[in-house]
Each structure stands twice: as C-alpha cells, then as structure tokens.
Ligand binder design. Structure first.
Ligand SMILES: NC(=O)c1ccc[n+]([C@@H]2O[C@H](COP(=O)([O-])OP(=O)(O)OC[C@H]3O[C@@H](n4cnc5c(N)ncnc54)[C@H](O)[C@@H]3O)[C@@H](O)[C@H]2O)c1
Length: 398
C-alpha cells in the first residue's frame, strides 16, 4: 500500500479518539446540569430551573454516573467526595463548567479540564468562619483536653480530689504565651490567626506565596522557611491548599524539625500529612497530640490505617466546613455560578474560575496550526494540544 496512505490512516485512527476542544458558543436550548456526588438539589433547583434541567447522580466515581449525564451534561456541581482525573473528565462529552461546592479543588485535575475546554470554579468564601472555628475547637481541645476528660467521665472516672484531677487532666497547658504556627495564611489561615490571638497565642506563619506586608496588616510574625516555623511552634496548624508541590509536607523529616512534644492540627487536606510518620511520632511522644478533620483516605475509619493504634488522636470526619448556613450559602453560590456559565460567556462571566489562565492558554494553542509550533516553545509541551500535535508530527515523519 502507498506509504502516505498508511500514515494518513494511522493519523485518522488517532484523530477519531481525540475530543475536539469545546468552543464557546450557544448552549443547547435546555442544558443539563448534574450534581455528581449528592442527591439533594432543592437549593439549586429554584436558581436554575428556568435555564436548565437539574439532575443528581449520587455517585462516588464516574463509573457510577449515568451515560446520559456523561453524554449531555454541560454543567456539573460537585462536593469533595468524588475525584475527577483527566480520565474521568474525558468521559464527559459536552461538559463546559464544573463548580466545586466548597473552596478546595484538589480533587479535580484543573489543567486537564482546561485542555478539554472545561472551566472549573470554586466557592472561596464558603465555610471560612466555620473551618476557622472548628480549627480553634481542635486547638483548644488539645490544650484543655475536653474530649479526653469527657471520655474519662464516660468511662466512670469520678475525679474529686485534687490529686485525681491532676491525674485525669494531666497534660493540660496554659495557652497564653504559647506559639501557634500557621502553615498557609489564606482565607482560613487568617481567620484562625485572628481568633488565636484573642486566646493569647503568639501567632507566626509560613506562606511563601503571599506578598510582603500581610504580616503588618494582621499584626503577625512571618517566618521565611518551613523549618523556622516547625522549630518555633508549640502547636502547628495546616491551612494550605493541597497541590503538586506539598503532598506529605508533614513527614518523618519535617516532624523531626518540630519542637519535642508539640501539637499538630489539620483541617486543610489529608494528603498534606504522612499519617504513617505521624503515628510513629505520636507513639514516641515526639508529637504530644493531634487533631485531624481530614485524612489521607476518606471516609476515615479508626479501625484502619496507620493511626489505628496511635495515642492522643482526635478525629472528625471532614466536617470542619459544615454549618447549615454555610452549606446553603455555598450551594446557592454554586448554582448562581452555573447560571452565569449558562447565560453568559465562559470564562469571562464566571466569578471564581480557578483554571481561567490554563483555559485561555489552551484556547490560544488550539487556534494555532500545530505544525507551525515547536513543542518546547513557552513550555507548550505541557499542554495537550501541543503534545498531540507533536505526536502527529512524529507519525508523519515515521
Ligand atoms: N476541612 C474542611 O471542611 C475545609 C473547609 C474549607 C477549606 N478547607 C481546606 O483548607 C485549606 C485552606 O483553605 P482556604 O480557603 O484558606 O484556601 P486559600 O487558597 O485561601 O489559602 C491557602 C493558602 O495556602 C498557601 N500555600 C499553598 N501552598 C503552601 C505551602 N506549601 N506552604 C505554605 N503555604 C502554602 C497559599 O499561598 C494560600 O495563601 C484548603 O486546603 C482547603 O481545601 C477544608
């Protein structure tokens, strides 16, 4: 067979498997919007009913999502209990916007979404106060030992003499003068700092991504390195977003840089802490106590994983964000963002698009003749259209 014809056939086969970028344009007359990992749409429905059909999937993975949703949904609402990798995103054939009902979006591959023409939004204001309040509850609990005292009473311990009180409340520490180290001084981190100051904590923070001056506006002490923060804190609380650079930020090595017997609180993301290293440090008393709202594997179970036989652990099931008011507000805000996507132009009409930069880049590249672009140019090899283009070129050159 003609050599060029064989190459052309191979190229055609590859092209069949590639989804063309979604170009912004008019949406279908009555677009389908799906809540992926929940079943209650009563808050969203009144906001969307005149512009979209709203369905729920109640799925924990894309394998559980109905084909109609995969083929037709243009909008998706989601909580933190489902993950959308590139492979998952590719299953959606008409999707243009995803809104995370919450602030963290580490469970969505936002770069891949952009390359597939899908805008991803979050609700950054959601639950800032609730998460900060829950964090303070955890910190106070570690210092004042409320959970453990409650447990002791439940188990029949009736401390009455001073000696008995000393025994049951042993480990309780005065807060004034203690140093609280905050890793990640974003919305929640700042709210925690303000609250902690009023309890008498000396507050220090580490956040390499913030411009100079935040420490002045909030009256906090900034440290330049993670090591500085670890070495100078009596209690460390995590409030950074989870990203490709900080998985297991707290590990055996960084734990060894902490003060002997310090406390650790995590209401940010489970992936920030190596639970195996934490369990070991708790057993050895290097960490005196820990309070965790988020875990490496969720839903968390005390019966499984490295923390199952570790002492001085307080856990809550990723509920730091929850209050009835916060839940309703963030669902309303998410539905309004979907509405803006349906009635306006994506991404300009969106208020909290977290992959706008990638989306614009991907759109820019998809409008360029791939054959004229060198794959290394401007780091373009990281973007799918270019990777594919270089694949095309390689095949043609074979
Ligand atoms: N447990 C819950 O229910 C709950 C609720 C809300 C938010 N969260 C989580 O809390 C965290 C904070 O939320 P937010 O709304 O304040 O986010 P945010 O984006 O406002 O703040 C995150 C901060 O972390 C900083 N950061 C990123 N990587 C860092 C690193 N390696 N070291 C130090 N700082 C780093 C960023 O510069 C930013 O200032 C997120 O992980 C979010 O997912 C959890």
């Amino acid at each position: 067979m003609d050599r060029h014809k064989v190459k052309r056939q191979r190229l055609d086969r590859i092209c069949e498997g590639i989804r063309p970028p979604i170009v912004n344009g008019p949406m279908p007359a009555r677009p389908l919007v799906a809540l992926l990992d929940g079943r209650d749409c009563t808050v969203e429905m009144p906001i969307l009913k005149d512009v979209a059909t709203v369905a729920f999937c109640d799925a924990q993975s894309t394998q559980e999502i109905h084909e109609k949703v995969l083929n037709e949904a243009v909008g998706a609402l989601m909580y933190h209990t489902i993950t959308l990798s590139r492979q998952d995103l590719e299953k959606f054939k008409a999707l243009r916007v995803i809104v995370r009902i919450g602030s963290g979006y580490d469970n969505v591959d936002i770069k891949s979404a952009a390359e597939l023409g899908i805008a991803v939004c979050n609700i950054p204001s959601s639950s800032v106060e609730e998460t900060a309040d829950s964090t303070l509850c955890h910190i106070l609990n570690l210092y004042r030992r409320v959970t453990w005292l409650h447990q002791a009473m439940r188990e029949g311990n009736r401390a009455s003499s001073v000696e008995q009180i000393r025994e049951v409340a042993g480990g309780a520490v005065r807060i004034r003068g203690e140093t609280l180290g905050i890793i990640g001084l974003g919305r929640v981190g700042q709210a925690v700092a303000l609250r902690a100051k009023s309890f008498g904590f000396n507050v220090i923070f580490y956040d390499p991504y913030l411009p100079d001056g935040v420490e002045r506006s909030l009256g906090l002490q900034r440290v330049g390195t993670l090591q500085d923060l670890l070495m100078h804190s009596d209690c460390i609380t995590l409030h950074c977003s989870l990203n490709e650079h900080n998985h297991h930020l707290i590990n055996d090595f960084t734990i060894k840089q902490m003060r002997q017997g310090c406390f650790l609180v995590n209401t940010a993301r489970g992936g920030l802490v190596d639970e195996k290293a934490l369990a070991q440090a708790l057993k050895e008393g290097r960490i005196r106590g820990t309070a965790l709202d988020v875990h490496e594997s969720e839903p968390f179970s005390f019966a499984q994983g490295p923390l199952k036989d570790a002492p001085n652990v307080i856990c809550t099931p990723h509920t730091a964000w929850y209050s009835e008011q916060a839940s309703i507000e963030s669902r309303e805000d998410a539905a309004k963002e979907i509405r803006r996507a349906i009635t306006g132009h994506i991404p300009d009409a969106l208020r909290n698009c977290v992959n706008k930069e990638y989306l614009l880049l991907a759109a820019q590249w998809s409008g360029i003749d791939p054959a004229t672009v060198h794959p290394e140019l401007n780091g373009a090899a990281a973007y799918r259209p270019i990777t594919l283009a270089s694949d095309f070129l390689r095949i043609l050159e074979d």
